[in-house]
Write a protein that binds this ligand. Structure first.
Ligand SMILES: [Zn+2]
Length: 85
């Protein structure tokens, strides 16, 4: 299933719940393997930001934006994503 912003009423809330769910893989930044995302998450952990940037040992978890997703590190924006069910 493909989802594409801008979000309809209720979709953003559901996507935030998906991104914070412990038993699904969140939507992540396509650049998360560059090493810089992990280094940033490790630095941010000292300031309490790690929960927003790292989950389950993974980094590059995207934030839900009003019309898509946003990477808090590299500011890459995605308007759509695919969910495999
Ligand atoms: Zn990124």
């Amino acid at each position: 299933m493909k989802v594409r912003g801008p979000w309809k009423p209720g979709e953003a809330e559901n996507l935030v719940a998906w991104q914070n769910c412990d038993w699904v893989h969140p939507f992540t930044c396509p650049n998360r393997g560059d090493g810089k995302h992990k280094a940033f998450a490790q630095t941010a952990s000292a300031s309490g930001m790690a929960a927003a940037l790292e989950r389950g040992g993974d980094v590059g978890v995207l934030a839900v934006h009003i019309d898509g997703f946003l990477c808090p590190f590299c500011a890459i924006r995605r308007t759509g994503a695919t969910i495999s069910c």
